[in-house]
Design a protein around this ligand. Structure first.
Ligand code: FES
Ligand SMILES: [Fe+2]
Length: 395
């Protein structure tokens, strides 16, 4: 890809590590620069899990920033990711969100592609220019890697080593999605939040029992645990204290924890820049982010069961996934309103301040308790450096 980051947008960053200027959520020039530097830059972005396209011919489409991608499993069983643009005149080849096809046909001039991306046919080729060779005109493949079935891509020519990139996050991922019998897709909840992508990633461990009424009503306990932050991954690993029935639910089987054999813990892992994976009780979910604009972020919540689950367990996972932790889940539904309210108030260009767990205004913390908001500080500092924003008083 020929995408280039420009000069850093003009923004003086506050000198205390606790302070973040709200204008990073609303400035269009900053959003455009993020697309170039981060989303089209030398980082890894999740676009799917192999369990979403289990059979030869299965595919899904997804956008990385504004770049349309096509994730397809070939007849040979291999998963590949392509730029979703015809090699002829760059028309978008596939528009369905997912499906199964023998191949792909671009409707403009009917060029056809096999699901391994190679060009199968092109009408009228006897009259094509002398430079045309069919083997040169397959769909353009994107750099990809696969971690426990999670498909990550990079538009940059030389993306970093994935193990180094994920760092400690890889251990969490193994516990979340690395089950030996693999995963099976249960379904999706797809939602558009009226906010900048960083507002969602800035959600914290402090708010959960305070904002979410469901935490109290269900007798929900997050238990003890720890958070870690690396440059490109972050996470929370908690003991799991299953909710007690407080009489609020007529049927408290909704908050039962049935699969305690696999891993009793609760894990939330963030992968830079904007993916979140959650394994909590019997919910296994991956949130695929699509940054639509400076104030609109689409999240595809994909839910999974384990490969060998019984029908009864699958039913339980579907019920728990859709009722607890999704965009309208009982212990997370208020987040959407907060995201939007932060976005609206950010127009005043104030300063967001982190307090809980902060001991020092000048150094970046690296140890956190489960309900601290201080883990957001190293993440913001990493973002600030990557975007080239200098602190006030620095050169
Ligand atoms: S643009 Fe696809 S066939 Fe011409
Ligand atoms: Fe929340």
């Amino acid at each position: 890809m020929n995408m280039k980051a420009g000069a850093a947008p003009d923004l003086a960053w506050p000198s205390d590590v606790t302070d973040v200027p709200s204008e990073v959520f609303v400035r269009k020039d900053i959003f455009e620069e993020e697309l170039e530097r981060i989303f089209y830059g030398p980082y890894w972005h999740t676009v799917g899990h192999e369990a979403e396209i289990p059979n030869p011919g299965d595919f899904k489409t997804i956008d990385l920033g504004r770049v349309p991608l096509l994730v397809a499993r070939g007849k040979d069983g291999v998963v590949r990711v392509f730029i979703n643009a015809c090699s002829h005149r760059q028309n978008q080849v596939e528009t369905a969100p997912c499906g199964n096809r023998k191949g792909f046909e671009c409707p403009y001039h009917r060029w056809t592609f096999k699901n391994d991306g190679s060009l199968a046919g092109c009408p009228g080729s006897e009259d094509f220019s002398p430079k045309f060779r069919k083997e040169d005109y397959g769909l353009k493949q994107v750099n990809m890697t696969n971690v426990f079935g999670l498909i990550l891509v990079s538009l940059a020519d030389n993306p970093p080593d994935i193990d180094t990139y994920l760092d400690r996050g890889k251990q969490n991922l193994e516990k979340q999605i690395g089950h030996k019998e693999g995963l099976q897709l249960l379904g999706y909840q797809k939602v558009r939040y009226g906010c900048n992508w960083k507002v969602i990633m800035d959600n914290d461990g402090y708010h959960a029992p305070l904002l979410h009424t469901g935490f109290r009503l269900l007798g929900w306990q997050s238990g003890g645990g720890e958070q870690f932050v690396r440059d490109y991954s972050a996470g929370v690993e908690s003991q799991l204290v299953p909710g007690k029935s407080t009489g609020i639910l007529k049927d408290s089987s909704l908050i039962e924890f049935k699969d305690s054999q696999w891993d009793a813990g609760s894990f939330v892992t963030g992968i830079f820049p904007a993916t979140i994976l959650v394994k909590h009780m019997d919910v296994i979910s991956i949130r695929f982010p699509i940054v639509r604009s400076v104030d609109c972020t689409e999240i595809h919540y994909a839910y999974f069961a384990k490969g060998g689950d019984s029908e009864e367990t699958i039913k339980h996972r579907v019920r728990q996934a859709s009722n607890l932790l999704g965009p309208c889940g009982m212990i997370s539904m208020e987040d959407a309103a907060i995201f939007r309210r932060i976005q609206l108030a950010a127009e005043a260009r104030g300063t967001a301040i982190f307090q809980k767990g902060v001991k020092d205004l000048k150094s970046i913390p690296n140890q956190f308790l489960q309900n601290d908001e201080s883990p957001n500080i190293p993440r913001w500092d990493h973002y600030r450096r990557l975007m080239g924003f200098s602190k006030k008083g620095e050169a």
